[in-house]
Ligand binder design. Structure first.
Ligand code: ZN
Length: 176
């Protein structure tokens, strides 16, 4: 697999909903309630994150520091997602359910045997692939919720979705 440098974002405190959309689609998007300007700038610099904001005052501070930012023109989270994806489509890959929406950490594959007592019996019976968040330990699987999210993203992003979508939940190839 080609290893490209994925973009890292930092959503300002007004953009919590956008952060959720970004995480659901697999992007690294830092977000924290009541993150002060100084803390935000420090973090953006330390972790080389692109600051996402609609705050003119903040933009001035960031620009003065020479840090990367993107000023969103759209008001609604879904449209903001589309705006961002259009802007960065060469560097963004949509990987649904590859990141924990709460913790912003990349999910790790986990063997089916290991989740037997952690998921509902129905899910265990019908699903073969599972991933776990290394932070909150929540288990994810590719059920109907994933299909719904994909449909939603597709309707928001239109044609771009098909161009930059990558499926991470392929069945494990059968041996011999
Ligand atoms: Zn988590």
């Amino acid at each position: 697999m080609k290893q490209e440098q994925a973009l890292k974002f930092l959503c300002d405190e007004q953009l919590g909903k956008l952060a959720r959309w970004l995480r659901i689609s697999g992007q690294d998007a830092f977000f924290k309630n009541r993150l002060g300007d100084n803390e935000l700038i420090e973090l953006a610099e330390k972790e080389a994150r692109i600051v996402l904001t609609r705050d003119h005052k903040l933009v001035k501070l960031i620009a003065k520091k020479g840090l990367a930012y993107y000023f969103l023109t759209e008001n609604y989270p879904a449209l903001q997602l589309r705006e961002l994806v259009e802007r960065f489509q060469d560097k963004i890959r949509i990987r649904v359910f590859s990141r924990c929406v709460e913790c912003n950490l990349a999910l790790e594959p986990i063997l089916k045997e290991e989740v037997k007592d952690l998921v509902p019996p129905f899910v265990y019976k019908h699903q073969d692939l599972f991933r776990r968040c290394p932070g909150c330990k929540k288990i994810f699987w590719a059920g109907t919720h994933k299909s719904q999210v994909e449909l939603q993203l597709k309707s928001v992003l239109g044609e771009i979705y098909d161009k930059i979508h990558e499926e991470l939940w392929n069945p494990i190839p059968e041996k011999g």
